[in-house]
Structure formats: structure tokens, C-alpha cells
Design a protein around this ligand. Structure first.
Ligand SMILES: [Zn+2]
Length: 385
């Protein structure tokens, strides 16, 4: 029953809850099992938005989430009239967007029994946006379900979270991620094991790493950085290298996407169509799209820098493991010799300090600190003996 939930790796504890909610949603609308507002929390890559989308599918599918009917498919791709998936490429979701959303979801469901809103980044709501949303959650339309996703419960306004049922996703085990890569993505066992370790249970990143040679080589260069921090000048250079590599990685994935989007938009306006109104309309829309793409690019570079810092943290984690002779759970086993050499001359306990410095830098970046300055400060700290 409900195969849409099968892709949620290592989340058996919440799948049971969601399945009972789906059953309850069909029998009576005011059952304990089925509530109107849910919040899914979990670290990046734990699949919180996949869980919310699967739940949306199961709610509107005549077969409780078969995964292949029209309802299931259109809900997943954003084409279902009763399912709204709010994904943002911006750093924040503004009150105007929420107001627009609220007018869209005000009417009763058109096909299925429920109107479902999945908000992938509820932590990006501005305060006024969150307050506008709060009103809707307090007085939900009888057939509207809100599914909010955020890294932790603290990222959601207390007044909102107190009205939601909370589901905490778990970071799947290395083993579980490896199995998914082998079975669903046809990746070789050795590569799957490497990617699952390197991405620390982040399934999306694991898949990306396993299937993308250039991402793997960028990661390799990042992991060499701690070995090159001999002087202050070298630390500044390392910071610049990290930013350049992260930008390169982000650009590679956004360029082809940008071109495709612009092409599609021009097609929608009828490429080659004549008439002045048509031409200005298209030009304006393209300009707006380019603006959106630019802000998405900024966010992708930030995400990519964050990924690079996470990789860097795994280096020091491995140094700690080597120093305490617990190498079997080493992440970067492909660099064993370099890491062992580094660990032998590195003061005990210092690796833990370096890891917290990296964590601190990630926090600053998440609060919109300037990337280069943050990385320079970090590299100087990492270079300090
Ligand atoms: Zn279905």
C-alpha cells in the first residue's frame, strides 16, 4: 500500500504515521490522526520535502499514493490543480507571495478531496509572511492541508509550530544510502559506498557525487586545502580557491538550466511572433526571469560553499579518527595516506577546534555574511598552529 512512501530512506518511524493519516483522511475529516497542518524537519538531504510531497500524493490519489496514476504524477511535477508546491530560489519568502498563495488556495479542491500546500523552505518566511500564513493555519479551509518543511523546529515561528503536528526526519544510515544508490540508481557498490560516506547520509548529494566526475574532482581539491595552509598568504589563497571552486561547481549546474528556462519562456511567448505588444511582453518576462536566475545563482554558490565547508569538516573528522585509531569509519579513505601523515604531526584535540571553526563559519554564511571574508577568516584559523 502507498508505494509513494517507499523512496523515503530510513524514515520508517514517520511513514507509519503518514499512512494512518491518509486512511483517516478518507473516513472522517476531524479524526485525531489527520490534522490540517504539519511540519517536517530534518537536516538537508534527509528528504523532508520528498516526504511532504509523498504525503500530498497519497492524500489526493484514489489509491492512497500508488505513484503512477495521473493524480500522483501531476502532484509530483507541480501540475495538479489541488497541490501547490512552494519552492523558493530566493533567500526569503515575502508577505506578498503568501498573500497571493492564500487567494489561490481559498477555494475548495477541484478534483480530489483535499487541497494540499507543500512549503519546502518554511524557514525562509519573513516575519510578516509567517504572520500572514499563521492566520490561514489558524482557520484552515476544511479541506486544506499545510505541509511545511524546515531544517529544525526552531526555524519555524513558535505560533505556527504550536499549531502543527511535528515529524522529525532522521539522517539515513550510510548503509541505507548505499543500498538506494545501488538498487535505484544502478551505481557500483564501491562508488555507492564512497558517495554515501562522503555525503554523510545526504542522499541527494550522494547521488550527485556518484554520478558526476567533475564534482568528485572539485571535492578532491577542496580536501587538499588543509595540507596547504603553511603560511598566512597560503591561507588567503586557499580561501580564494575554495570560493572559485564552489562558484565553478554552482555555475556548471545552473548555466544549462538557465538557457533552457529562457528558451521555454520565449517559446511560450511564441518565438518569432510579430506584433509590438508580444515583443515587449516577452522581453519584460525574460528580464524578470534573468533577475530570478541571478538570485538563484547567488543562492547556489552559497549552497556550494556550504557543501565545500562540510567536505572540509570531514577532513578534520578523519584526522580525529586516525588520532584515536578508529579508522574503520573514516570518510575519506581515498586520502588515507595524506590524512595519516597530517594527523601524526597535528596536535591532539586541535582537530575538534578546527571542526567547530568550520561550523561557526557555516553559521555566519547562513546569516548572509560575505563569503570571501568568512572563508579567509576561517582559513587563517585553520592555519593557526
Ligand atoms: Zn496514485
Amino acid at each position: 500500500m502507498s508505494p509513494v512512501f517507499d523512496d523515503l530512506v530510513g524514515q520508517e518511524h514517520i511513514i507509519g504515521i503518514l499512512k494512518s493519516a491518509v486512511v483517516a483522511s478518507r473516513t472522517s475529516s476531524d479524526s485525531q490522526e489527520m490534522t490540517h497542518a504539519w511540519v517536517f524537519t530534518g537536516p538537508p538531504g534527509s528528504g523532508r520535502s520528498s516526504a511532504a510531497v509523498a504525503f500530498a500524493q497519497a492524500l489526493i490519489c484514489p489509491n492512497q499514493g500508488c505513484g503512477h496514476c495521473n493524480e500522483c504524477q501531476s502532484a509530483a511535477t507541480g501540475g495538479h490543480p489541488d497541490v501547490e508546491v512552494i519552492r523558493t530560489e530566493e533567500l526569503s519568502i515575502k508577505v506578498e507571495e503568501i498573500r497571493e498563495l492564500l487567494t489561490r488556495v481559498a477555494w475548495a479542491p477541484s478534483i480530489g478531496g483535499w487541497r494540499v500546500v507543500v512549503m519546502e523552505d518554511a524557514d525562509r518566511l519573513t516575519e510578516s509572511a509567517a504572520n500572514a500564513l499563521l492566520k490561514a493555519i489558524e482557520e484552515p479551509g476544511t479541506r486544506t492541508v499545510w505541509l511545511l518543511c524546515a531544517p529544525t523546529l526552531h526555524d519555524v515561528l513558535p505560533t505556527i509550530r504550536s499549531r502543527c503536528r511535528h515529524l522529525q526526519m532522521r539522517t539515513p544510515s550510510i548503509y541505507a544510502v548505499t543500498q538506494v544508490l545501488i538498487k535505484c540508481d544502478n551505481i557500483s557498490p564501491t562508488m555507492a559506498d564512497f558517495a554515501a560516506r562522503a555525503s554523510q547520509g545526504h542522499i541527494g548529494r550522494a547521488r550527485y557525487l556518484a554520478t558526476n566526475e567533475s564534482v568528485r574532482s572539485i571535492r578532491k581539491v577542496i580536501l587538499q586545502l588543509p595540507l596547504q595552509l603553511g603560511s598566512l598568504a597560503a591561507a588567503f589563497q586557499a580561501a580564494q580557491n575554495l570560493i572559485d571552486l564552489a562558484t565553478e561547481e554552482a555555475n556548471a549546474s545552473s548555466e544549462s538550466r538557465n538557457e533552457k528556462e529562457i528558451e521555454k519562456l520565449q517559446e511560450a511567448y511564441g518565438k518569432g511572433a510579430t506584433g509590438r505588444g508580444m515583443a515587449t511582453g516577452a522581453a519584460k518576462a525574460v528580464k524578470e526571469l534573468e533577475k530570478e536566475q541571478k538570485s538563484r545563482a547567488t543562492r547556489m554558490v552559497r549552497d556550494s560553499i556550504d557543501g565545500a565547508l562540510l567536505d572540509l569538516a570531514t577532513f578534520y573528522r578523519d584526522v580525529m579518527l586516525v588520532q584515536s585509531s578508529a579508522t574503520e569509519s573514516m570518510i575519506n579513505s581515498d586520502m588515507r595516506d595524506e590524512i595519516e601523515g597530517f594527523a601524526s604531526s597535528f596536535p591532539a584535540h586541535a582537530a575538534a577546534q578546527k571542526m567547530s571553526a568550520i561550523l561557526e563559519a557555516r553559521k555566519h554564511l547562513a546569516m548572509n555574511a560575505a563569503p570571501l571574508v568568512t572563508c579567509e577568516a576561517l582559513m587563517c584559523e585553520l592555519a593557526r598552529k
